[in-house]
Design a protein around this ligand. Structure first.
Ligand code: TRP
Length: 336
């Protein structure tokens, strides 16, 4: 049988995930796990590159991320789910890669400036905040990717520069040690458009405009009632403009079936659908769609031992694969 292609992707442990993660990333991962050998991991070392001094929530955030993956339907029988720091082979590979990566490759990483801004400034000190580890962010990512010699890396557009550096590092390794060990992994861009936050900006935890997978139904409904609609509409029987409805209609498009989307559209245009009623209905539709996810999350919240076991067993599986490749790397470099 032909070997399935391999995929790896990771998320930093930022805590509970929101609908942007769900629609933009997780629905895609859930599909991919049926077609590819998938490695999905929590990038907890990457979290340290900017939050080395703010680790109070690191453990809980890691668990929350995995809970949301499981809620969304990532299946540990299909995909390997692990924590980056539980696969020490990645750290060792990172050392070999760090030796062959020219300094100017990492210095030129276009996202480095943004990452540096995420490092908490101590009050009295405004100096640049780039640590040795942060500078190595793309090298560590290269290790994540090369460790499983994957074909594709599903990511958003913001990560493409990193994957390109990883590809250059893979090519350089093969060249320097005169081997054909590493594939040059290619980014697999997610098609789904960015999900807007309740205020019309990009949905994000720090913007306080998000709906979490783990929010309860009441909270979700309350949030949706604040979602921006058609700003030009003064009264509920004025004709509305779904195309100018900044947030609510885009949620209908994401969560409704084609029939309800058409109904919403035509009633809105005809002035037969007030924004308040429309959002009340929308909240029901969103809650209904998320109900099975939330039930799954509740189940795992009440069976945390199962979650720990999934991460532990996934990490063990990952280590087996990583160990095989690392042996070849050590061989190629001619380590004792
Ligand atoms: N840097 C990625 C992000 O912030 C997370 C990540 C770390 C990753 N290592 C990776 C993604 C390897 C894909 C492959 O989203």
């Amino acid at each position: 049988m032909e070997q399935r292609k391999r995929i790896v992707s990771g998320m930093r442990p930022t805590g509970k995930l929101h609908l942007g993660h769900y629609l933009g990333v997780l629905t895609n991962w859930v599909k991919l796990q049926n077609e590819y050998d998938c490695f999905f991991f929590v990038a907890d070392w990457h979290a340290l590159t900017t939050k080395f001094d703010k680790t109070e929530d690191l453990k809980q955030n890691t668990i929350d991320v995995v809970l949301d993956w499981l809620a969304a339907g990532i299946n540990p029988e299909k995909a390997v789910i692990y924590a980056q720091s539980h696969v020490p082979e990645i750290a060792e590979l990172h050392i070999y890669l760090s030796m062959i990566t020219p300094q100017n490759w990492v210095e030129r990483d276009p996202t480095l400036k943004d990452l540096a801004k995420m490092v908490r400034n101590s009050e009295e000190d405004n100096k640049p905040n780039v640590s040795y580890g942060l500078l190595g962010y793309p090298v560590l990512m290269a290790a994540d990717i090369m460790m499983f010699n994957v074909d594709y890396v599903p990511v958003g557009i913001d990560q493409v520069a990193h994957i390109e550096i990883a590809r250059d590092i893979a090519r350089r390794f093969n060249h320097i040690y005169n081997v054909e060990l590493f594939k040059e992994a290619v980014p697999k861009l997610t098609q789904i458009p960015l999900v807007k936050g309740l205020d019309g900006q990009k949905m994000g935890k720090s913007f306080h405009n998000d709906i979490k997978i783990s929010d309860d139904e009441q909270t979700t409904a309350k949030k949706i009632m604040q979602a921006i609609t058609d700003r030009s509409r003064a009264r509920k029987d004025d004709p509305g403009h779904p195309d100018k409805c900044e947030v609510a209609f885009s949620y209908w498009e994401a969560f409704g079936d084609s029939e309800i989307i058409e109904t919403v559209k035509s009633e809105c245009i005809a002035g037969k659908r007030g924004c308040v009623d429309c959002k009340r209905q929308l909240a029901c539709a969103v809650n209904e769609k998320l109900r099975p996810l939330r039930e799954r999350r509740k189940y795992y919240e009440n069976h945390l031992d199962e979650v720990h076991k999934i991460i532990k067993e996934g990490s063990e599986k990952a280590r087996v694969e990583a160990g095989k490749l690392l042996a070849q790397v050590r061989d190629a470099v001619r380590m004792y």
